[in-house]
Every structure is written in structure tokens, then in C-alpha cells.
Design a protein around this ligand. Sequence first.
Ligand code: NAP
Length: 312
Amino acid sequence: MADQKPDFDIVIIGSGPAGLTAAIYATRGGAATALFGGVAPGGQLLQTMEIENFPGFIDPVAGADLMTRMIKQVTRLGAVVFQESITGADLSARPFRFKAGSGKEYTAGAVIIATGAQARWLGIPSEQKFTGKGVSGCATCDGFFFRGKEICVIGGGDSAAEDALFLTKFAAKVYLVHRRDKLRASFRLQEKLRANPKVEIIYDHIPEEFIGEARLAAVNLKNVRTGAVRRLEVTGAFIAIGHTPATEAFKGKLALDEAGYIVTDEKTAASVPGVFAAGDVMDTRYKQAVVAAGTGCKAAMEALLFLEENKN
Ligand code: NAP
């Protein structure tokens, strides 16, 4: 390690279950820990209505509640939580240097990247045109505006299924539009979808064009088998087609796989010594809150060990 004493032993970037669990273990391991959580700390779970697969909660817990508890926990344990993002990182020498959204710079002996993944968009031109005017990437945020309306959700995974179920609280009808003939969502969510009279699943279709004047009025759906196009009269369309890892800031600095996920070994170590990654940003398979928390724990334990072994 260079002579200069860093501002923090460990900097954690990201405030989902991975980053926050890493902060719990880092502070309890005696490390001076800073967590950069972005402007709204809590990560993707802030968008999740109900979680019933996180151990320890007998009844479903709202994602926002769970994250608030974790943030309070790490603050009590002594981590410094910054409500801002890291906008630049120099990982070429230790201590590592970080630039925060405020423009301030910080240094650290080790870093844990837990920046998660961002919601993906379809990428068709009319999608952008109607974003905020009927097309949305966040059911939890915008569902309320579609009381009594007919709407659709695009996607076939757990997120799309959860969004569709959530939206039935407001909408008169929710079409779930999936590009294949089988949903990817878990068995339990599929059961709930089928039991809900407001949900209709449309298989084998993809959105071709969003249509309307000032606001969305319909979606043209293309049958991927026959090529036929049908018009679905909906005033809302929620896109839930998965996520892309938030690794833009680390391109060229760390080994990433072809989809942009941070490549780590089984101990969460990234390609640069002293850099660790946890949660959805390195998890191409599970993407579960409890797994993210688990990798956050591993990353913090490995970072503590790294600092111990590289004192001088
Ligand atoms: P996901 O599992 O990757 O599912 C994405 C869905 O979108 C898939 O059905 C996919 O179709 C479809 N899709 C992808 N690109 C598309 C495109 N360009 N056009 C049309 N459809 C497209 O993503 P997710 O649902 O966000 O879930 C991510 C992870 O979080 C998963 O591991 C999931 O289990 C987990 N999760 C868990 C919960 C929970 O346990 N309560 C809630 C939310 C998420 P294909 O099926 O054909 O690939």
C-alpha cells in the first residue's frame, strides 16, 4: 500500500442489499467505511411492492421498508452513508481514488462495487416518444395514474409478473405481453397471475410500435410466429424486460463479461487486487436480494482480509 493514508479503509458503491450488507460486515470488522448510495439509497428493492422470500419476515415486507431498516442498521454501526453517486474511479493505483457527484474526491484502500443493474428498455423509437406519457419502466411509481384503465406489461419474468399483479390494484384490465409461449416467472407468481381475473396473458407477441397523439392510446403487437400485427388499445405500457449491469464507470478498468457484468472469482475479487464486487452487478444468474446480501457479506470479509494482508 502507498504511504498516504486513505480517507476510508473501504468504499462501498451502491446501496441495495449487497452494498448495505457489505457495510454491516465492513464496519463490524473495524474498517472505516463509506457507502455511496446515490440520491435515493435503497437500490432496486425500493421498487418492489412485497417481498416474501427474504428470511426473517413472517408477513410480506415492502421493499422500501426493508431497505430503510438496512440503512438505519449500517448508520447505527458507524458507516458513513453519502446520498450521492460515484461518478469516476481511478483504480490504477492504491489507494483508489473516487470522484463523487458533489465533485469531492475520496480515497480508499479497498472498494466494493455493488451498483446493481438498471431496467432495460425495448429500444424501439416510439417507446422514447411516449416515455412518461403512458410508457413507464416503474409500475410502483406510476401505477396509481392508471385507475380504471386498460394497460399492458411487457415481459415474462418475475418483475413483469409482479408488476402485472400490482397494477391490477388500479387498472381495469392488465395484459401481460410475452415474446414466448412460456413465462419465465416463478411457479407461484404464475399461479397468482392465472387466478387474477383482471390479467390476460398474450403469448408470442412483441411490441412493434407505441401509438397515440399527446399520450399513449394503443400498442401494435407483432406475433413472432406469424408476423401478424394486432392493435391493443391501452393507455399504459409498463416495460419489465430485465436489467443491464451498472458498470459504465468501470469499462476499461476492470474485466467485464460480454453483457457488462463484473467478472469475479469465487471470493468476489474483481480483476484488480483490492476491488471486489457484490450483488446484481456480478450475478448473472440468481439476482435475488438474499443472494446479493450474501455476496455483499463475502466481499466485505475478503476486503477486510485484503487490507490486513496489504497493510504496508
Ligand atoms: P428476467 O428474469 O431477465 O426476465 C426478463 C423477461 O423479459 C423475460 O421473460 C424475457 O423473455 C423478456 N425480455 C427480455 N428482453 C426482451 C425484449 N427485448 N422484448 C420482449 N421481451 C423481452 O428479468 P426480471 O423479471 O427483471 O428478473 C430479474 C431477476 O430478479 C430474476 O432472477 C428474478 O427471479 C428476480 N426477481 C425476483 C422477484 C421475486 O422473487 N419476488 C421479483 C423480481 C425479480 P424470455 O423469457 O424469452 O427471455
